[in-house]
Design a binder for this molecule. Structure first.
Ligand code: RB5
Length: 146
């Protein structure tokens, strides 16, 4: 599948590793930057990658900043983006099965390279289960009153 990747300076070297892995699994990477370790603002690159998903150019996005949180926050402000910030494989798996996450965020200062690769592989291979989970996602999109 076509995957958009966006990162700030902290995520630059991890992005290269993850892009290599994804390509080796047969995926195509659209890298929206940043393209170096020079300080850069995560909201810019989170949004650029998320826009690729919303426009339909890419099926999913992988976003990387120091914690994964800032860039996931930026992406999740965009209606239609469901970004999971994951530092374990269980959350990554369930974010696809139950939440149909179309973006994955990683914290380059939180997870090591090998764990990050494992998280990405699990996340890329997992499918949404639909059913009751579809209704729950609809509740989020409809701004449900509790
Ligand atoms: C950059 O120093 C850092 O704030 C950023 O990578 C990210 O962790 C923010 O959430």
């Amino acid at each position: 599948m076509k995957i958009a990747m966006g990162n700030d300076h902290t995520g630059y070297s991890l992005k290269l590793e993850i892009a290599d892995l994804a390509r080796s699994l047969g995926h195509e990477i659209i890298d929206v930057g940043t393209h170096s370790s020079v300080s850069a603002d995560y909201p810019v690159f989170g949004r650029l990658a998320a826009e690729k998903v919303l426009s339909g150019e890419c099926e999913r996005a992988i976003l990387i900043c120091g914690t994964g949180f800032g860039i996931s926050l930026a992406a999740n402000r965009m209606p239609g983006i469901r970004c999971a910030n994951c530092s374990d494989t269980y959350t990554a798996l369930l974010s696809r099965r139950h939440n149909n996450a179309n973006a994955l965020a990683l914290g380059a200062r939180v997870v090591g390279v090998e764990l990050a690769k494992m998280i990405v592989e699990v996340w890329l291979n997992a499918e949404f289960e639909g059913g009751r989970h579809t209704d729950r996602l609809k509740m989020i999109d409809e701004d449900m009153q509790v």
